[in-house]
Design a protein around this ligand. Sequence first.
Ligand SMILES: [Zn+2]
Length: 436
Amino acid sequence: MDVDKHAEELASALGVDKSEVRSDLENLLQYSVPIEEAKQSIRRKHGDGGGGSAEPVSLDVAEVTPDKSNVTVTGKVLTVGRRTIRYQGEDVEIREGELADETGVISYTAWQDFGFEPGDSITVGNAGVREWDGQPELNLGENTSVAVADDLEVPYEVGGESSLIDLEPGDRGRTIEVRVLEMERRTIDGRDGETEILSGEVGDETGRLPFTDWSPRAEIEPGADLRIEDVYVREFRGVPSVNLSEFTTVTPLPEAVAVREDAPQLSVGRAVETGGMYDVEVVGTVIQLRDGSGLIERCPECGRVVQGGQCRSHGAVEAEDDLRVKAIVDDGTGTLTAILGTELTAEVYGGGIEEAKSAARDAMDKEVVAAEIANRIEGRTFRVRGNLSVDDYGANLNAEAFEPVADDPAEEAKAALERLGSTPVGGPAADGGERR
Ligand SMILES: [Zn+2]
């Protein structure tokens, strides 16, 4: 951004010294105040009551778009999360969450404490708007005013109480009631040197999610049932992850939290749409094995799959044999790639690494292993459970469970015959005339 040009323009409009305007402007921009808001505040300082194009406009929440620079919005505060962020070398305490009117919900970030709480109806004056993750977000800076408004009825829940299945990356100021399922203490190289953190998994009756506690608390231990207030959600390795900040409060619950044992089952299309889920189950047909399935070789240093003994990072290595399946699964609503590790692959192959190597030696071709697996799973329907990550290259479901489904009696009969070693007689009569 050309600060000099803005300073020049302002200085001549206000008839004041350019270097002073420039220094004020730079100061405001350093605090992330949007340029129009910064200029407005400098105009006010020099007695220009703020006419011109940057005059605040009163808008409904649904009317706020990122191209607006200076708005007034009245809404009910749904959530208030607190967090410290490192901004230009300094720790800044911010408040962030959502506010709503009857037309919609909008996120906000407040750079100071305006004193509002969830449930308060407020009028935010002179707020900046910025785009965050494709959505408009209100930016409440030092030029923003916050006033109490008449109580608003809004069709949204106040307080941020959430089930794990509803949490999405970007959520802030949320409250959850969960059981700690797994926990480990780790030392990481954080922004202030070595820091101890807790990470693990929490569950409730809707699902499970990974968590990180950045200020380790004694209450967090395996088996603990807890109410955790003011958490934010980030994406970590393609799935939502619950984060506890220094402002998060943790209260032991008197009663046990029921934890869902099975994973939520979604259609493939819907699962991919979520953008990533920690624990999900889909049912679909394996339409094809992808390259890189069967008997593969990995770099002993980094675990990456290598071709011809050459790792992309480590050059020529003594590669280690492994088994893997990458199977395209389709349920009519979409496709994803199910990835099976060593053990699950051995199960569907019907043998371990040694058997696979021996078969490859006999055939003098490693591809026989993938071909055998394809023969066993292509065209069949499976229940796949695991962690789903979605990125520009596609959707990958790292399978923890991969079980055949035989809900169709004809399929069941065919599978039973095959288990007995008989080849089913072809034709419509044998399979009931139904092809899936
Ligand atoms: Zn390597």
